[in-house]
Design a protein around this ligand. Structure first.
Ligand code: B12
Length: 263
């Protein structure tokens, strides 16, 4: 079953796949732990495994953010995540294992998040339990391949699939770049849980950007030095994102992109 899933993902350009045992939600690994109502078995009783897939945000699409370029890429990746998790669930149903895909976000517009910035299920948490990465100061799940520049989707299934080990290392280097560069000072330097992102401040900023058609912000994920995608794109130097960085062809390109397509 796992080999079949892996092959299917490879054939569909899905680079990250992890499996979590649904029972791991019942054994707190840090405190405060995720509340019972948000566990897979509370949402879909009978869940044995949670399949998590990760699709990367190509770094150059994010670098002009906030911009129409990143907004469109965010939407593309979101649509693919929902389609792929839907197809994986249908595939498992056809094989005789009742399964359900979970929407990659689960909220009705940024207004809903300003009112209550919590969804009914956490994909970040699922990705962590499926061994795909570790939490960073920016509250995002950092993967070795893409740092936080990866979005996740999950499928709850009654199939028993061999789980992947949870990572025990810490990918975050506490470089503080996400803390210092957040435009609304929503990312904090303290550890979990004191340092959880100020969700309301971030959501309100996103709502303001949405009025200009350039949400979400994405700065805390573009400046993160973690991820082999940085070397792949020749972007090891995160100083290029600082406002006072020397003029470069990249900055000209970002200014060009930012001057188009938004309100
Ligand atoms: C609500 C929401 C927001 C809100 C609130 C943000 C927040 N910090 O929660 C707002 C609008 C502000 C927001 C902003 C962003 N978001 Co958002 N958001 C969500 C959403 C829809 C729900 C999160 C949620 O409420 N889960 C339920 C609660 C109970 O769980 P939780 O918040 O995930 O937290 C639990 C664990 O993760 C854990 N935890 C969280 N942080 C830490 C840190 C440590 C050290 C430890 C040990 C544990 C820990 O503890 C919590 C309780 O157990 C998810 C999609 C989803 N459904 O999962 C995307 C999601 C979290 N967002 C994502 C992203 C990328 C962003 C942005 C970068 C915007 C963007 N798309 O460019 C910013 C980053 C802001 C930030 N630095 O936090 C991605 C994260 C991908 C990743 N690699 O981790 C997600 C998973 C979407 C997806 N499908 O991939 N988001």
């Amino acid at each position: 079953m796992k080999a079949d899933l892996r092959e299917w993902c490879e054939n569909h350009e899905i680079p990250l796949l992890g499996i979590a045992d649904a029972n791991t939600w019942e054994e707190p690994l840090f405190s405060p732990w995720i509340p019972d109502a948000y566990h897979p078995n509370s949402i879909f009783p009978g869940t044995r495994s949670v399949i998590v897939i990760g699709l990367p945000i190509p770094l150059p699409s994010l670098e002009s953010s906030p911009s129409i370029q990143y907004r469109e890429m965010y939407r593309t990746v979101n649509a693919l995540l929902d389609q792929f998790t839907y197809r994986i669930a249908v595939r498992l149903n056809q094989a005789g294992y009742p399964s359900v895909p979970i929407p990659r976000d689960g909220y009705g517009g940024i207004g809903a998040l300003v009112k209550n910035p919590i969804a009914f299920f956490s994909h970040r948490h699922a990705a962590y339990l499926a061994g795909l990465g570790t939490f960073g100061l920016n509250n995002m799940l950092l993967s070795p391949e893409y740092g936080p520049r990866v979005r996740f989707g999950s499928v709850f299934t009654t199939a028993d699939i061999e789980p992947d080990p949870i990572r025990t290392d810490d990918l975050c280097t506490r470089c503080m770049e996400c803390v210092e560069r957040c435009p609304v000072k929503a990312v904090r330097k303290d550890g979990y849980p004191e340092g959880l992102t100020n969700k309301t401040a971030c959501a309100k900023y996103s709502a303001a950007l949405d009025k200009k058609a350039i949400s979400p912000c994405g700065v805390c994920i573009k400046v993160c030095p973690i991820g082999s995608d940085r070397a792949f794109y020749g972007r090891e130097d995160i100083g290029i994102y600082r406002e006072d960085a020397a003029d470069s062809p990249l900055r000209k390109a970002w200014d060009h992109i930012r001057s188009h397509g938004s309100l």
